[in-house]
Design a protein around this ligand. Structure first.
Ligand code: FMN
Length: 188
C-alpha cells in the first residue's frame, strides 16, 4: 500500500508537518510505503483557467503539479495536512486543489468515465491558532470536494485548535498519538 502525505504548510517542522510525519509513521508501521510532498518546496502556478483544457481530466500546465497528479493517481491513501490561514486552507493547499479543475470538469460536467482516479482513502489534518469551528468547516468542505474529485473516501479527520507557535503541537501528545492511530487505521 502506498500512502502519500501532502503538507500544505510553508513551515517545515511546524505543526502540520509534525502531525503528518506521525500519521505517516503509523502507516509505515503497518507496512505501507510512504512518501511526503511539501507543497511549498514545489514550483507550480495557480490554475490558469486554460481555454484549451483537455477533456480527459489532465492539466496542460507543465510544472511541478504534474508530479503531484501522478503521485496522487498512484496512491492508495492520501493524508492532507493544512494550517488554517485567514479562516480557510493555506494558499499552497488551495493552489494545489484548484489545479484539479480539469479533472473536476471531466468528471462532473463531461461525465467522462475513463478518467476516474483509482479509489483511495483520505485523511484531513488541520491546525489553527484559535478555536473557530467555522474555520475548520470551511476547510473541510473544500477538502471533501477535492477528495470526491480524486475518488477518495473522506475516511477521517484530525482538527487541532489553539495551536500556534512552531512545533507547539509537541505539547499535545494526545493529538500526536491520534495522528499515529489514523495512519495505522488507513492501512488496516
Ligand atoms: C498567514 C497566516 C494566517 C493565519 N490565519 C489564521 C486564522 O485565520 N485562524 C487561526 O486560528 N489561525 C490562523 N493562523 C495561525 C496558524 O493556523 C497556526 O499558527 C498553525 O499552528 C500553523 O500551522 P503550521 O505550523 O503547520 O504552519 C494563521 C497563520 C498565518 C501565518
Amino acid at each position: 500500500m502506498y500512502v502519500l502525505g501532502i503538507n500544505g504548510s510553508p513551515r517545515e517542522g511546524g505543526n502540520c508537518d509534525l502531525l503528518l510525519d506521525r500519521a505517516l509513521d503509523g502507516a509505515r508501521s503497518k507496512g505501507a510505503r510512504i512518501e511526503k510532498i511539501v507543497l511549498n518546496r514545489l514550483k507550480f502556478v495557480a490554475c490558469q483557467e486554460c481555454a484549451n483544457m483537455p477533456d480527459d481530466g489532465s492539466c496542460i500546465v507543465d510544472d511541478d503539479m504534474q508530479k503531484v497528479f501522478e503521485k496522487i493517481k498512484m496512491a492508495d491513501a492520501v493524508i492532507l495536512a493544512s494550517p488554517i490561514f485567514f479562516g480557510s486552507l493555506s494558499a499552497q493547499t488551495k493552489m494545489m486543489i484548484d489545479r484539479f479543475q480539469c479533472l473536476w470538469r471531466a468528471k462532473y460536467i463531461l461525465k467522462n468515465k475513463g478518467i476516474e482516479y483509482k479509489k483511495k482513502k483520505g485523511i484531513f489534518v488541520c491546525v489553527e491558532a484559535s478555536n473557530r469551528d467555522d474555520f475548520f468547516q470551511n476547510a473541510r468542505s473544500i477538502v471533501k470536494n477535492l477528495f470526491a474529485t480524486i475518488n477518495t473516501d473522506y475516511s477521517s479527520e484530525l482538527f487541532c485548535s489553539g495551536v500556534d507557535n512552531k512545533a507547539s503541537i509537541n505539547t499535545h501528545p494526545d493529538w500526536l498519538s491520534r495522528a499515529y492511530e489514523l495512519g495505522v487505521g488507513i492501512v488496516s
